[in-house]
Design a protein around this ligand. Structure first.
Ligand code: SF4
Ligand code: FES
Length: 248
């Protein structure tokens, strides 16, 4: 396949970025999107040019490190797929592909396609953990958890913290991410002692980081590679209001 890439290039967080076009020639349809960028970067390095900076780690869809907006869609056109799991066979020969970083004020661009997502870390630090002693595996297994609760908690825990939900939202809302992180702990018995404190503190941290409000457009759910459901936002809102009521 031969492709034309329109890539966002930005030297650092303070410089002004711009789109630059590159040709990506002789790309196998079985190449992953990130491997295709590796090939383009090899060419740039050979020519003595600065390679395109982009984030990646596992390249298996589990770590949440990769992420870019491809032709206007966070993580690209496939749905329920991280950028690293997207393959070039989902594009057409000769296609123009526009590649941009996540665009949201709480995720400032560090360089090219790399953004600073430490705002998510600070939201997690505000309550995305349990401090109860849970003992070893045998102790954990003595606490009975119903199958529906276990399944629901696992669905929420599937969130990999990639930030696509924020990038896709016109309000740059982090509600889907925070709702998943609150819910996967609040649903389980080990997370219940800190349930109220967790939701109030994580919502406060989310607001302090400058993420916007949710207006239930569903753009976040549509791009989420782990198909986290909007229902978790409703669940978090219920937990939040309950916590405020109990703290009166
Ligand atoms: S909710 Fe989905 S899109 Fe948002 S951070 Fe988690 S995995 Fe990524
Ligand atoms: S590099 Fe880990 S999810 Fe894409």
């Amino acid at each position: 396949m031969n492709l034309t890439l329109r890539v966002w290039r930005q030297k650092n967080s303070t410089s002004q970025g711009t789109f630059i076009e590159y040709e990506a020639d002789d790309i196998s349809p079985d190449t992953s999107f990130l491997e295709m960028l590796d090939i383009v970067n090899e060419g740039l390095i050979k020519r003595g040019e600065d390679p395109v900076a982009f984030d990646h780690d596992c390249r298996e869809g589990i770590c949440g490190t990769c992420g870019m907006v491809i032709n206007g869609i966070a993580h690209g056109p496939l749905g329920a797929t991280t950028t690293c799991q997207l393959h070039m066979r989902h594009f057409k020969d000769g296609q123009l592909i526009t590649i941009e970083p996540w665009r949201a004020r709480p995720f400032p661009v560090i360089k090219d396609l790399v953004v600073d997502r430490s705002a998510f870390d600070r939201v997690i630090q505000a309550g995305g953990y349990i401090s109860a002693r849970t003992g070893g595996t045998p102790d954990g297994n003595t606490i009975q958890i119903s199958k529906p609760d276990a399944d629901l908690a696992m669905d929420a825990a599937a969130c990999i913290g990639c930030g696509a939900c924020v990038a896709a939202c016109k309000n740059a809302s982090a509600m889907l991410f925070v709702a998943a992180k609150v819910s996967h702990l609040n649903i389980l018995p080990q997370g219940k002692p800190e349930k109220d404190r967790r939701v109030v503190n994580m919502v406060r941290a989310m607001d302090e980081e400058g993420f916007g409000n949710c207006t239930v457009m569903g753009s976040c759910e549509a791009v989420c590679p782990k198909e986290i459901s909007l229902d978790f936002i409703s669940r978090m809102n219920r937990d939040y209001l309950g916590a405020l009521w109990r703290s009166r």
